[in-house]
Design a protein around this ligand. Structure first.
Ligand SMILES: NC(=O)c1ccc[n+]([C@@H]2O[C@H](COP(=O)([O-])OP(=O)(O)OC[C@H]3O[C@@H](n4cnc5c(N)ncnc54)[C@H](OP(=O)(O)O)[C@@H]3O)[C@@H](O)[C@H]2O)c1
Length: 307
């Protein structure tokens, strides 16, 4: 069985590469990128793949060899890519035995957003999930879609765009005003998400999926904590001299925060809703340790979050 990895230039993709190389047995891993030229670089050989150009795609490895595809790239590009390959060049998918693709919990949590941008994102994610599942059903290839919430962590040269940015903000500011009451979060480290993708790969190679697993798996880390507690835990995890530890989290009554942010409504309703969401519970997803049948991991994981 060969693994084909799309969206490798992400913290999760990088974590998967590390974990797959240490796996026993070690599977041949083919890595794709839009920038690839088939040459061996610092991260090994990468092969060209652009989801926008299915006609140019040639799967790496043995032609027709049994393969599992894992994608951490944009699912709204992957879905039409697979559909067009299946219709136009089905021979390129001859070896495909399973697909694990990354979507986002935003497909669930932003469904009832008041702003158009977030509603369009939901439509894009859900439409792509439907299309991917429909193509896989047609091909009779098993597929699982991971819907992770709040991915964090720095893995190799790649870092997330959530907690890393908040940490960098706390390093610059003496204080950070926050709503006094913040909602729950369930951050998942990129390495936990990669471990889940590999776990599902192993299931596919064995007797098959756990029958209880839905096709779409809303997924989180192992700790649910308030947005404020998440920032505090992040501060505490830094070395003593790190300036982020000195940033004071300033509690402001929620109605006052929302009032102060009101001008955003004119400039960016999406940003205003992001402020409102600080008070919302975005948790209750399947904890990754439950899927992995391992003990729960702390937050933050003892891995770098940002440089
Ligand atoms: N960031 C979050 O908090 C978050 C939350 C929930 C879910 N997710 C999901 O997690 C995954 C990783 O997210 P991310 O924010 O780290 O990365 P991202 O910016 O969504 O994706 C970047 C990756 O996708 C590949 N890619 C982009 N366009 C492509 C195309 N046209 N054809 C082929 N590959 C393409 C890039 O490869 P090259 O540049 O090498 O071609 C790169 O490896 C995504 O599936 C995302 O939807 C992210």
């Amino acid at each position: 069985m060969e693994l084909h990895l799309f969206g490798a230039a992400t913290p999760t993709g990088e974590a998967l590469r590390h974990q797959a190389s240490g796996a026993d047995p070690a599977w041949p891993l083919h890595v794709y990128s839009r920038q690839a030229n088939g040459q061996s670089g610092s991260t090994g050989i990468t092969h060209p793949a652009d989801f926008s150009n299915p006609r140019a795609f040639r799967p790496a490895g043995e032609p027709g060899a049994p393969a599992i595809w894992i994608s951490f790239g944009p699912i709204w590009l992957l879905a039409p890519f697979l559909d067009q390959l299946a219709r136009g060049q089905p021979q390129r998918l001859a070896g495909l035995r399973g697909l694990i693709a990354c979507s986002s919990s935003s497909a669930i949590t932003k469904r009832f957003a008041a702003n158009r941008f977030d509603r369009e994102l939901v439509a894009r994610l859900s439409g792509a999930e439907d299309q991917l599942l429909a193509t896989c059903h047609r091909l009779q290839v098993p597929c699982r879609i991971l819907q992770p919430t709040l991915i964090y962590g720095q893995v190799g040269p790649y870092q997330d765009r959530n907690l890393s940015r908040l940490l960098q903000l706390m390093r610059r500011l003496p204080c950070l005003p926050l709503p006094a009451e913040t909602g729950l979060r369930q951050p998942i480290h990129a390495s936990q998400l990669a471990a889940v993708a590999l776990h599902l790969t192993r299931q596919l190679l064995g007797p098959g999926w756990d029958a209880a697993l839905p096709e779409r798996i809303p997924l989180g880390g192992d700790v649910e904590l308030s947005y404020r507690a998440m920032l505090q835990a992040l501060q505490q995890a830094q070395p003593p001299a790190d300036p982020a530890r000195r940033c004071r989290l300033l509690p402001i009554p929620n109605p006052l925060v929302f009032l102060l942010a009101a001008p955003l409504l004119l400039r960016s309703p999406k940003a205003y809703e992001a402020v409102l969401r600080m008070g919302a519970d975005l948790a209750g997803f399947m904890p990754s340790h439950q899927l992995l049948a391992e003990p729960p991991q702390p937050f933050p994981l003892c891995e770098p979050v940002a440089p």
